[in-house]
Design a binder for this molecule. Structure first.
Ligand SMILES: *Cc1c(COP(=O)(O)O)cnc(C)c1O
Length: 453
């Protein structure tokens, strides 16, 4: 039995797959506050031309620059592994495979997009990048990528995380980034908040506002985002493209694909290349199911509405048509920080609305139970976000056990949990909570949806 399928670096994909070429209906455009589509000029103040081109392209295949493939080769192709010991532990006839993205230097899939974003900014003449980060997964990935292409990076890190999670901050500093605790006195947005509330602990919404403000006001500075947008999902398709080659070597094809879903980038990256087969009428993909897995306490796809909403908490960004819980919805403090987002990728949202993909929501304690089971069977300690995908995969494997179906299950192990062990500590101490679905908070927030589109 093959346990680990490894490709060599010549097999790193040469092109990203752009699902915009195969969507069942056109993607609704981003809108300005006046309800009109945002002009590319306005976007150019924030993102460089080559990134905006990718954001709006409908070419099916987009070349991966050689310089990006060379950096990808530091850890890609990532392995596809068979979780045979987990199968045995569960007593399931299902075959369980996972793609391990924790092999990147930052420990997650996020460098797959940070690297091309830094490169495309560099060739467009950008002098400096700014971004925001919560727990630090995206900030550390961009710090790494900026360092590799000689671009200074400033990271607005949410203040409570800055104080409570020193290790990812130190990773960013090791890779040369300037990390500041948001809200700061460096921006108008930050100063206004601090004037009212000097001890404000910060939030992702505030950090986004600070980073975007700096990109717009400081010459030579551009902003980089780690999920949600079309170009980010495009970059992440290296995951699924490699996985397809790896499944081909095994002579297998997945029946069900699972991935954790916050903004949708690792889910899209893993699933879209397989959905391309479905769009092309490939018989193997006829009954393929792709399942986005989200937290029960922040259930954007399964309980949100499909509407135009802001991408940030303060209403600074363009409006995007997406599943949303409302831009001022504050999700409960679960440990899977990467899944605490009120919205979702517009592409993932459209596919879900058209019933081409599925979604499921899982409660926090059950995700850690699944993560610990996985670590004990397979060795790797998964990130709390990744535990969501593992939970849903285990549940499907147990259904296969009941029905006797030997399905091929594939999940994306989006990152390792080495910097999240305090969350595991809470789980072992019995202190982890299952937050109930915050119905009233969501209803209150949805009442504030902008009235456009
Ligand atoms: C950021 C993150 C996620 C969630 O983001 P997506 O854009 O939905 O992929 C999932 N897993 C890990 C390890 C992350 O760092």
């Amino acid at each position: 039995m093959t346990i680990r399928v490894v490709l060599d670096e010549t097999e790193i994909p040469t092109h990203w797959y752009n699902i915009l070429a195969d969507l069942p209906s056109p993607l609704p455009p981003p809108l300005g506050p006046d309800g009109q589509p945002v002009s590319p000029d306005k976007m150019l103040a924030i993102f460089p031309g080559p990134i905006l081109e990718q954001e709006m392209s409908s070419e099916r295949w987009i070349p991966i620059p050689d310089e990006v493939r060379k950096v990808y080769a530091l850890w890609r192709p990532s392995p596809l592994c068979r979780a045979a010991r987990l199968e045995a532990m569960l007593g399931t006839p299902a075959k369980i495979f996972y793609k391990y993205e924790g092999v990147s230097p930052a420990g997650s899939h996020k460098p797959n997009s940070a690297v091309p974003q830094a490169y495309l900014n560099k060739i467009a003449g950008t002098k400096r990048l700014v971004t925001e980060t919560g727990a630090g997964q995206w900030g550390s990935s961009l710090a790494l990528a900026g360092q590799l292409f000689g671009l200074p990076v400033r990271v607005f890190m949410v203040k409570v995380s800055y104080q409570q999670k020193p290790y990812r901050r130190l990773m960013m500093q090791t890779w040369g980034a300037d990390v500041v605790a948001s809200p700061t006195h460096l921006t108008q947005a930050g100063r206004e908040i601090l004037a009212k509330e000097p001890d404000n602990p910060g939030s992702l919404g505030i950090a986004i506002s600070e980073a975007v403000e700096e990109a717009v006001t400081v010459p030579g500075t551009k902003y980089a985002l780690g999920s949600v947008l079309n170009h980010v999902l495009l970059h992440q398709t290296v995951i699924g493209l490699e996985a397809k080659k790896q499944f081909e070597k095994l002579g297998l094809y997945p029946d069900v694909i699972f991935a954790p879903c916050g903004g949708g980038s690792n889910f899209g990256g893993a699933a879209f290349p397989f959905l391309a087969d479905k769009a092309a009428g490939d018989a193997r993909a006829k009954n393929l199911r792709c399942v986005a897995v989200e937290p029960a306490s922040c259930p954007t796809l399964t309980r949100g509405v499909y509407a135009y909403d802001y991408g940030d908490a303060t209403g600074y960004t363009p409006l995007m048509k997406m599943y949303t819980l409302g831009h001022d919805f504050m999700p409960p403090g679960i440990h899977a920080g990467g899944l605490r987002y009120h919205g979702d990728s517009p592409i993932v949202s459209l596919l879900y609305h058209e019933k081409l993909i599925e979604a499921v929501a899982v409660p926090q304690v059950a995700t850690f139970e699944a993560g610990v089971m996985f670590a004990r069977a397979e060795g790797i300690i998964p990130a709390p976000e990744s535990c969501h995908g593992i939970r849903a995969t285990i549940d499907e494997a147990l259904r296969c056990k009941a029905s006797g179906e030997p399905k091929v299950l594939f999940f994306n192990l989006s990152g390792h949990g080495h910097f999240d062990l305090s969350a595991y500590e809470s789980y072992f101490a019995g202190k982890l909570e299952d937050f109930a679905y915050p119905r009233e908070a969501v209803e209150a927030s949805l009442a504030h949806l902008p009235k456009v589109g």
